[in-house]
Design a protein around this ligand. Structure first.
Ligand code: SF4
Length: 362
């Protein structure tokens, strides 16, 4: 069972599973219609996972970036924070040799003064160099911006996927398939022990994959640290790649995907501590398998991200006495939780980069 009934807890477990086990494993059966299953894909890409990202029209629960390992390692030269669209315009087009920024950069389609502000911001972050020549600002790149993104996979999380949930989801999923901004679309659900009903499959677009996850152990706090609590994934239906045929020539699609990927790179999926209240005395992190999931001691369950806010009727600030170690510089347990989650995000990025260095040595 996923912790509590909150979809939020399920979403975090899906993110953790994807981070450690993407792509979903081999599947040697034939499906109900008798069609052969696709061959298993080995993990050749570096994988980054984020949550609640998308466009103005559509927000995805979980986003998996499949990245070129060398490109991802080179992306690190531009820092840990995301590059927004204005910074990307500067960084991607910055020249190898010094040049006036208006000569070097393509016209952005909006006034140059905004580009000039972005140039100053980019230089302040060390992602381009700038100098002043007379009354002109010149720029030079610090490194070529790498081609690090290979594929985007969108996952809709629906722990209780019954026929009415499938029908409610189908329009959104059709939109994902038709727009083709992601290369692959999945629904993740919680395994029930039964096979997914063929009738339920009929309510979902045929291009969308379905993976059923089971979590042994639940959110039992007494579980001894849970390393033997397992997440098992069973692919019930494989997706079809929905990348448009002219994707290579579509610069607008490439730009939108890169902006999305940059947001995913900067935020990861553990940034929920920035909107929730880990400084509340009831906020806990509990281990479920290899994931850490928020738990509310006051509500005695996994709380949702929306209810864990200053407006929560059970909110109580952590007592000052908790903060005595290192306080006020390092703060109490709440700040410790934030450091822990930020540290894990860093660790994952380092791990993917280290994998690239290992591959190079072999
Ligand atoms: S009491 Fe409210 S604010 Fe505190 S941890 Fe629980 S849900 Fe979050």
């Amino acid at each position: 069972m996923a912790p509590g009934t909150a979809e939020f807890g399920f979403e975090l477990l899906v993110c953790r599973w994807a981070e450690s086990a993407w792509p979903p494993g081999s599947h040697e059966d034939t499906d109900e219609s008798g069609a052969a299953s696709p061959p298993a894909r080995a993990r050749e890409d570096a994988v980054l996972v984020a949550r609640q990202l998308g466009t103005q029209e559509r927000r995805w629960d979980t986003v998996v970036l499949e990245c070129d390992p060398a490109g991802l390692a080179a992306r690190a030269r531009f820092g840990e924070r995301e590059l927004d669209s204005d910074l990307l315009h500067v960084v991607r087009n910055a020249p190898e040799e010094w040049a006036w920024y208006r000569d070097a950069l393509p016209h952005p389609g909006y006034p140059w003064r905004y580009v000039r502000a972005a140039v100053h911001r980019a230089a302040g972050r060390g992602v381009v160099e700038k100098r002043r020549r007379g009354n002109r600002i010149e720029i030079r790149r610090v490194a070529p911006y790498p081609d690090w993104l290979r594929r985007i996979v969108a996952i809709e999380n629906k722990p209780d996927l019954d026929a009415s949930a499938a029908r409610a989801l189908s329009a959104q999923l059709e939109h994902d398939v038709e727009t083709g901004l992601a290369d692959e679309v999945w629904v993740a659900t919680e395994a029930t022990g039964d096979r997914i009903e063929p009738a339920l499959l009929e309510d979902l677009p045929v291009d969308v994959g379905i993976v059923a996850l089971s979590f042994d152990g639940g959110d039992d706090a007494a579980s001894p640290a849970g390393p033997h609590v397992r997440t098992d994934a069973s692919v019930e239906w494989y997706p079809t790649e929905v990348t448009p045929p002219d994707a290579d020539r579509d610069e607008e699609r490439r730009r939108r995907r890169l902006e999305l990927a940059e947001r995913a790179y900067g935020r990861g999926w553990r940034s929920y501590h920035e909107t929730m209240r880990p400084d509340c005395r009831h906020f806990e992190l509990r281990r479920v398998g290899r994931a850490l999931v928020p738990h509310c001691a006051a509500k005695e369950r996994s709380q949702t991200a929306a209810e864990c806010a200053g407006s929560c009727p059970d909110f109580e600030p952590e007592p000052p006495a908790w903060r005595t170690r290192g306080w006020p510089i390092e703060g109490g347990p709440g700040k410790g939780i934030k450091r822990l989650l930020a540290g894990r995000r860093e660790w994952i990025r380092d791990r993917e980069r280290e994998q690239e260095r290992t591959d190079e040595r072999e």
